[in-house]
Design a protein around this ligand. Structure first.
Ligand code: FAD
Ligand code: A2P
Length: 272
């Protein structure tokens, strides 16, 4: 056979809105992150979420909301995911490999965006569990450091291993070619655990209310004149943090009405 006659057959996309998985990292038996190709036309604001998923057994797309964890300048898209053992989507999604396809509806939305906050001096990113995903995007966005003098990332999980994705992300940021210099001295990372011994412990709500985080970081308490906040966790966490923020005099904002803080659910349900 004449070899020059052999032409490469382009890979056929088998799913609607298909994107190809390029990388998968398993962090714990409950958590993994993955990267996929980015649709050329997809523009998003750091902090927004999209619907992603797989084809269900019934031949219909099985989609769930996912925060985009990568910044808007990244060529690819990153996601950070829970593995729910009998979850309709994640029981399957946790098995994806590079080269596989996922469905990604290119319609980003969400409230954890800079546009929904009034200008300020400090911004607080408050997250539990996979709620760190939108902040993985925002922490890597130059706009965050252009808009604020100080960025404080509080992330709380039950155990140390659950903090690892965020820890590595912050460590890599400082050495990042594009944004490393902007981040240095501005980003303060305050991870805590609640059910395993660690150098800093306690719920975000408690560490704000009793002033421990201000003392540990050597910074002034929250003040509605200077401080802005973005919150992402379970419904119960969001509700309790909102009460604490209101106690400091901050008010909830939205895209249509920017104020001092904004909130997004990290998932729907009571948690597992
Ligand atoms: P589901 O039937 O959707 O959920 C089953 C149960 O698992 C839920 O009732 C809840 O108790 C629990 N659960 C679901 N998601 C989580 C979670 N993230 N952490 C802890 N418990 C959970 N999930 C992510 O993993 N990463 C994200 O970036 C992310 N972003 C989201 C953004 C928004 C705006 C919303 C509303 C949800 C987001 N979720 C995210 C949750 C996601 O949409 C799915 O619920 C999750 O992928 C599980 O899907 P499932 O079909 O396997 O189980
Ligand atoms: P705790 O261990 O004290 O419950 P989960 O794994 O249940 O989603 O929780 C993730 C983290 O969020 C845990 O460290 C948990 O602390 C904390 N958390 C859960 N609910 C709240 C809440 N209502 N307020 C503050 N922190 C919370």
């Amino acid at each position: 056979m004449n070899e020059s006659a052999v032409t490469e057959i382009p890979k056929v996309k088998t799913l609607p809105d298909a994107q190809e998985v390029t990388e998968v990292t398993h962090w714990t038996d409950r958590l993994f992150s993955f990267r996929v190709t980015r649709p050329q036309s997809l523009r998003f604001r750091s902090g927004e979420f999209v619907m992603i998923g797989l084809m269900g057994d019934n031949g219909k797309p099985l989609l769930r909301a996912y925060s985009i964890a990568s910044p808007n300048w990244d060529e690819e898209l990153e996601f950070y995911s829970i593995k729910v053992p009998d979850g309709p989507l994640t029981s399957k999604l946790q098995h994806i490999q590079p080269g596989d396809e996922i469905i990604l509806r290119p319609k980003p939305v969400g409230t954890l965006v800079h546009d929904a906050l009034l200008p300020g001096k400090r911004v607080w990113f408050l997250a539990t569990g996979t709620g760190i995903a939108p902040f993985a995007s925002l922490m890597r966005d130059p706009e965050t450091y252009e808009k604020f003098d100080e960025v404080i990332m509080m992330h709380t999980c039950r155990t140390i291993e659950e903090l690892e994705y965020g820890k590595q992300l912050v460590e890599n940021l400082v050495n990042d070619e594009l944004i490393g210099e902007m981040v240095e001295g501005k980003l303060k990372y305050y991870p805590t655990t609640t059910r395993e011994e660690f150098h800093h412990m306690g719920r975000i709500t408690d560490n704000l209310e009793n002033g421990k985080v201000f003392k540990d970081l050597g910074i002034a308490p929250m003040n509605p004149e200077t401080d802005r906040a973005m919150v992402c966790g379970s419904l119960a966490f969001n509700k309790d943090v909102m009460a604490v923020l209101e106690g400091f005099g901050l008010r909830e904002g939205a895209n249509s009405e920017p104020r001092e803080y904004v909130v997004e659910k990290a998932f729907v349900g009571d948690g597992i």
